[in-house]
Design a protein around this ligand. Structure first.
Ligand SMILES: NC(=O)c1ccc[n+]([C@@H]2O[C@H](COP(=O)([O-])OP(=O)(O)OC[C@H]3O[C@@H](n4cnc5c(N)ncnc54)[C@H](O)[C@@H]3O)[C@@H](O)[C@H]2O)c1
Length: 258
């Protein structure tokens, strides 16, 4: 039976958000903290991590910084173990860290570029999640939210390494959802549309981004907070009967007629 008292309140939960120094990750940390979760703010950039921690604390929340590279598995998983010891548990992981890199034609993507992309996006999410699952299993509850992209839904010119790495998260989401459902662990994915952030500013002019936003069925690009509402839903008890699913939050980008 559905729990009639289920709400989006996250009091008592601990959430690890990777890439939380960036536009979307910071917004997720702020919203999850606003809804009561203690947040572990993970990012490779220490100034950006500190800024998110400062903002979470500034709104009265609890935040623990974790500065490391999610692709450095021994270091990253060691820090996860430390954070678990410090906070007692990790109930939610949001695998959000990502790099888009330079837009490159298929033939120009060498093994080094491919390797870094897949290490951050796939390996980081894979082994970070593997590190938090035993605790979730022991408590019989957990929420795993993978952050993909619109790229695997539509394809992307000059970004096939990014598209391929993000596409792997869709398969992992379904497989983990099946394997972990008996332990009360829900696994879902959010696929953002175009969000204005450092990542997109690196490849597009402000004018081009505004133009693209106006062309969306809903008339503007998604903002980080639009994404955070979906993440917070998937992190909360309100989505306890949702697993192995994907929520594209993209202003209708994937239904634009060709
Ligand atoms: N911006 C978009 O239009 C868009 C669209 C679809 C999907 N996404 C995805 O959304 C997520 C968030 O991106 P964003 O828009 O906030 O961009 P962003 O560049 O602002 O944030 C990404 C964050 O990830 C961090 N990061 C990068 N490599 C890392 C590593 N190895 N270890 C730890 N942290 C690392 C960066 O320092 C940065 O703070 C990414 O996974 C991205 O691929 C973004």
């Amino acid at each position: 039976m559905p729990d009639r008292t289920a709400s989006n309140d996250l009091t008592g939960r601990v959430a690890l958000i990777t890439g939380a120094g960036g536009a979307q990750g910071r917004s997720h940390a702020l919203l999850l903290a606003e809804r009561g979760a203690q947040v572990i703010v993970q990012d490779i950039r220490d100034d950006a991590t500190e800024e998110t921690v400062r903002q979470v604390r500034g709104q009265g929340g609890t935040a623990l910084p974790m500065v490391c590279d999610v692709a450095d598995i021994p270091d990253y998983t060691g820090r996860i173990a430390e954070a678990e010891r410090e906070l007692g548990h990790i109930d939610i992981i949001v695998n959000n860290a990502g790099v888009s890199g330079k837009r490159l034609a298929f033939e120009d993507i060498n093994q080094e570029i491919f390797g870094r992309m897949t290490s951050v996006v796939i390996k980081g999410a894979f082994f970070g999640t593997q590190a938090v699952v035993p605790g979730m299993k022991a408590r019989g509850y957990g929420k795993i939210v993978n952050i993909s992209s619109g790229a695997p839904l539509r394809g992307m010119v000059s970004g096939s390494h990014y598209t391929g790495a993000k596409a792997a998260l869709h398969g992992l989401t379904r497989s983990w959802a099946l394997e972990l459902a008996p332990f009360g662990i829900r696994v879902n994915l959010v696929a953002p549309g175009f969000v204005v952030s450092d990542m997109t500013r690196a490849n597009h002019s402000e004018e081009r981004m505004r133009e693209r936003g106006r062309a969306m069925p809903l008339g503007r690009h998604v903002e980080p907070l639009d994404m955070s509402y979906a993440v917070a839903y998937l992190a909360s008890a309100e989505s306890d009967m949702v697993t192995g699913q994907e929520i594209p939050v993209n202003a209708g980008f994937t239904i634009v007629p060709w």
